[in-house]
Write a protein that binds this ligand. Structure first.
Ligand SMILES: Cc1ncc(COP(=O)(O)O)c(C=O)c1O
Length: 355
C-alpha cells in the first residue's frame, strides 16, 4: 500500500485540473520575455502582493537568493532570524553567491527581537564593520513550527528598519498559509517588505515554481541575476500555468490542511513520550519532540532514525531525528489518511509500551 507522505507539503502531485491548465497554456520563450503564461503569473502575483513587479523562478531558494543579491553588495551584512531558511538551508548561498555575512537573532517564535535588532544594526564608516543592508523575515516560520508572524510586531520592525533606511525582504514560501491562518490578505502581510518571495510548490500544490515580487528597480536587478544563476527558462509557461491554477483554486484548501494539522498535533500530544507545543501549531506544520529517554530516538549504522523507520513500517512517512520530528499536512492528505496516520502513531506508542 502507498504510504501516507507527511514529510513535506512539497510532495503533492499536480491535481487533474492543474494538469489540464498546463496542457492548455499558451507558451513562448521566456528568456526573450514572450511567454504569455509566465507574464500573466508575474502580473497576478504582483497584483496579489500589491508590488510593482514580479519575477518567476524555479525555486524558493532562488527567489530568496536573487533578493539578497539584488538588495546588496559583496561585503554587506544582513540580519535574519537564527532559525530561518535563508541562513540554515540555502547551502551558504548568501556568502557564496552574494558575498554577505549574516548576523542572526533568535527567539522561540520566529520574530526578530526589537531591542536586539536595534543594537545589532551597523551603519558606520568604521571599516571594521560590515554595514547592515537588509533585514530578512520568514512567514510562516518553518523551523519555529509554521507559526504566523504577529503583524503588529512585523510593523514595529518595519518602523525601525525604515527609520534606519534599511529595506526588508520576506521569505514568504508559505505566505498564503499565513494569510489564511491570520485572516489577513497576502498584500497586507507583504506591505512592510520591499521584496517578498512566495512558493507555488508547497501547500499550493504546483510541481515547481516561486515568484519574487518587489519594486521595478529591484526586480530588474533580480532579472539579470536570475539569468546569471541559470534560472532563465524557455517555455516556462507550461509550469507557470500550474502556479496560476494553484493561486486560483488551491488557496482556500489551506484552511483544511491547518485543521488537519491541529487534529494531528492534538492526537500526538496525547501519546506518552511525545511532546508538541500546541500553541506553535498554527498552520500545516506539526513539529514534535521525543522525550529524551525515548527508546526510538536513535540512528542506525545507515544513519536512519529508528522512530522514522518504525513509523514508516506503519505506513506513514515523516522527517526528523535527534529528538525533533516534523509531520506536514497538505492537499494529498485527506481526513481518512489523517486518521490512519494518527492510528499509526498510536500503534507505535502501544508497541513501545509493551516491548
Ligand atoms: C521557509 C522556506 N523558504 C524557502 C524554501 C526553499 O524552497 P525551495 O525548496 O523551492 O528552494 C523553503 C523550502 O522548504 C522553506 O521552507
Amino acid at each position: 500500500m502507498k504510504p501516507i507522505d507527511l514529510r513535506s507539503d512539497t510532495v503533492t502531485q499536480p491535481s487533474p485540473g492543474m494538469r489540464d491548465a498546463m496542457m492548455a497554456a499558451p507558451l513562448g520563450d521566456d528568456v526573450f520575455g514572450d511567454d504569455p503564461t509566465v507574464i500573466r503569473l508575474q502580473e497576478q502575483v504582483a497584483a496579489l502582493l500589491k508590488k510593482e513587479a514580479a519575477l518567476y523562478v524555479p525555486t524558493g531558494t532562488m527567489a530568496n537568493q536573487l533578493a539578497l543579491r539584488a538588495h546588496t553588495q559583496a561585503g554587506d551584512e544582513i540580519i535574519a532570524h537564527r532559525g530561518c531558511h535563508i541562513y540554515n538551508y540555502e547551502s551558504g548561498g548568501a556568502a557564496a553567491l552574494a558575498g554577505l555575512t549574516i548576523r542572526t537573532l533568535d527567539s522561540a517564535t520566529g520574530h526578530l527581537p526589537l531591542a536586539a535588532l536595534a543594537s545589532e544594526i551597523h551603519q558606520t564608516d568604521d571599516p571594521h564593520f560590515a554595514n547592515t543592508r537588509l533585514i530578512c523575515m520568514e512567514n510562516t516560520h518553518n523551523a519555529r513550527g509554521g507559526r504566523v508572524l504577529d503583524q503588529a510586531h512585523v510593523l514595529k520592525v518595519a518602523a525601525l528598519a525604515q527609520a534606519r533606511g534599511i529595506p526588508m525582504h520576506l521569505d514568504g514560501a508559505r505566505l498564503m498559509n499565513a494569510a489564511v491562518a491570520s485572516e489577513r490578505s497576502a498584500a497586507e502581510l507583504a506591505a512592510p517588505f520591499t521584496t517578498v518571495s512566495i512558493c507555488l510548490s508547497k501547500g499550493l500544490g504546483a510541481p515547481l515554481g516561486s515568484v519574487l515580487a518587489g519594486s521595478n528597480a529591484l526586480i530588474q536587478r533580480a532579472y539579470r541575476f536570475r539569468k546569471m544563476y541559470g534560472g532563465g527558462m524557455r517555455q516556462a509557461g507550461v509550469v507557470a500555468a500550474a502556479g496560476i491554477y494553484a493561486l486560483d483554486h488551491h488557496v482556500d484548501g489551506l484552511a483544511k490542511d491547518h485543521k488537519r494539522a491541529r487534529r494531528l498535533a492534538e492526537a500526538i500530544a496525547e501519546i506518552p513520550g511525545l511532546q508538541v507545543d500546541l500553541d506553535g501549531v498554527q498552520t500545516n506544520l506539526v513539529y514534535f519532540d521525543l522525550a529524551p529517554d525515548h527508546p526510538l530516538d536513535h540512528h542506525n549504522e545507515a544513519g536512519e532514525n529508528a522512530f522514522v523507520v518504525a513509523l514508516q513500517k506503519q505506513g506513514v512517512l515523516i522527517t526528523g531525528g535527534h529528538g525533533r520530528y516534523r509531520a506536514v499536512t497538505h492537499r494529498d492528505v485527506d481526513d481518512g489518511d489523517l486518521e490512519q496516520s494518527i492510528q499509526a502513531f498510536q500503534t507505535l506508542a502501544h508497541q513501545e509500551a509493551v516491548a
